[in-house]
Design a binder for this molecule. Structure first.
Ligand code: SF4
Ligand code: SF4
Length: 434
């Protein structure tokens, strides 16, 4: 794609990066067929190619973003399906990240939109605030229908509908500190406990620690580590996102330089995609660039890591039919396609793929709150495809997808690692009825 940035514009690192990415696009349009929003709306402006054109115009124009491009960028799920399909290697993720930051810096959204985005950024990344908000949401749930009657307030209704009925208290294995294995030590890793996992389903982190400990791996949950920054990053709030990124880099590098780390383990693929990108996000920060690169190079999804160490010890194999839902951040963001399924098969489960599995379930961070109508359509489509496989369990490796799918089905939706833990003799996941 030809671009026409002036030499002055190209002084900006943002424009330089956008120019490099835009020049790789050959307008072939292959990406449109696999873009969930294009599939639903059939509008070129809601396709990857259409968004790429709009971003190019916005940056070339050099002015602030307008409501039109903001609408079409807001509708993008950042599912990255377009990156999997693109034959030219267009890095849509970095392009849309820069575009969102530009929108955030230059466009004044309607008041309610601004307020809602600020509240989400101030609450969700902080487990104690998030827990309080969920308790309040349980009380306010009867109001969901009222909010849904006003289009500007629909995100509030969506938020209430997604809030879980009960919140489990984290157990000792969720605590900050070192979780030693009682086997001979064979490695040492840090675990990102995350903001959503630790509040919505602490059992995921606890199963992760048990599985790693069983193979002799010491697990540290470092003090000072917090949200990975994706929530604000995807809202274009770069300052808040980078503060969180730096805090995590500091926490993990203290471990790397202390007792050492073989890997940084992530069990929410949405966070994993972001942490693997820390090296890029902090590339222009002289004080952090090298450290962030080290952190990204150490980062592994838990299934990716367990595949590397060839996990075994499945003493309690379960013979059940599991439909594996691959999160977009897993299959498109991190290109992890086989490791989770191989692990489940090793654990004794019959593993089935979801038809049309490349399409997003509509979760996508806070997309199911901010764009609830499109998200609901994608959820319904995904659950209909899953139902064709007649599963006894749905497995996924991302808390966002787990929450999204569970809000529309009675089939238990369980994190892959909890199923692996169960097959190794760990507790039966609470969602599976006797
Ligand atoms: S990230 Fe997903 S929704 Fe956004 S343009 Fe690409 S395929 Fe479409
Ligand atoms: S598939 Fe790649 S090269 Fe083709 S239009 Fe989409 S982004 Fe551009």
């Amino acid at each position: 794609m030809q671009t026409s940035f002036s030499p002055e514009q190209l002084q900006s690192p943002r424009i330089q990066l956008a120019d490099d990415i835009l020049r790789n696009c050959v307008h072939c349009g292959f990406c449109t067929a696999t873009c969930p929003t294009y599939v639903l709306k059939g509008d070129e402006l809601d396709s990857p190619r259409g968004r790429i054109y709009q971003i190019k115009e916005m940056f070339e124009d050099g002015k602030g973003a307008g409501p039109q491009i903001t609408k079409h960028l807001d509708r993008c799920l950042s599912c990255l399906s377009c990156m999997t399909t693109c034959p030219s290697g267009v890095h849509y993720m970095h392009l849309v990240d820069e575009a969102r930051a530009h929108v955030q810096e230059t466009h004044k959204r309607p008041l309610i939109d601004r307020l809602l985005r600020t509240v989400l950024a101030l609450v969700l990344p902080y487990p104690s605030r998030f827990t309080l908000a969920l308790k309040a949401a349980r009380l306010a749930r009867p109001l969901a229908g009222v909010f849904n009657n006003f289009s500007a307030l629909k995100p509030m209704g969506a938020m209430l509908a997604l809030a879980p009925g009960k919140i489990d208290k984290p157990g000792p294995l969720s605590k900050t500190g070192v979780h030693k294995s009682d086997k001979t030590k064979s490695g040492r890793v840090a675990l990102l406990t995350g903001c959503a996992n630790s509040v919505l389903e602490p059992s995921i982190n606890e199963a992760s620690v048990r599985v790693l400990n069983r193979t002799g791996i010491e697990v540290v949950i470092p003090a000072g580590m917090g949200c990975c920054g994706s929530l604000e990053h995807h809202l274009g709030m770069e300052h808040g996102a980078l503060e969180k990124v730096k805090a995590n880099v500091d926490a993990w590098m203290a471990e790397v330089n202390g007792d050492g780390l073989d890997a940084i383990i992530i069990n929410a693929s949405g966070c994993g995609t972001t942490v693997k990108d820390y090296g890029h996000m902090l590339r222009l920060d002289a004080a952090y660039a090298d450290k962030a690169k080290t952190v990204s190079s150490l980062t592994r999804d838990i299934t990716e890591y367990l595949e590397e160490i060839e996990l075994d010890g499945f003493s309690d194999k379960q013979n059940m039919r599991v439909t594996y839902h691959s999160a977009c951040s897993m299959q498109h963001g991190q290109k992890i396609k086989t490791a989770p399924k191989a692990l489940l098969a090793k654990a004794g489960f019959e593993v089935v793929d979801v038809p049309e599995g490349h399409l997003c379930c509509g979760s996508a961070g806070v997309y199911n709150i901010m764009q609830s109508e499109l998200a609901d359509q994608l959820k319904t489509r995904k659950l209909a495809n899953i139902a064709k496989t007649s599963p006894q369990i749905i497995a996924a490796g991302n808390i966002g997808c787990i929450t999204q799918l569970a809000s529309g089905t009675d089939v238990p939706v369980i994190h892959t690692i909890e199923l692996v833990d169960w097959a190794q003799g760990g507790p039966k996941p609470g969602k599976i009825h006797p």
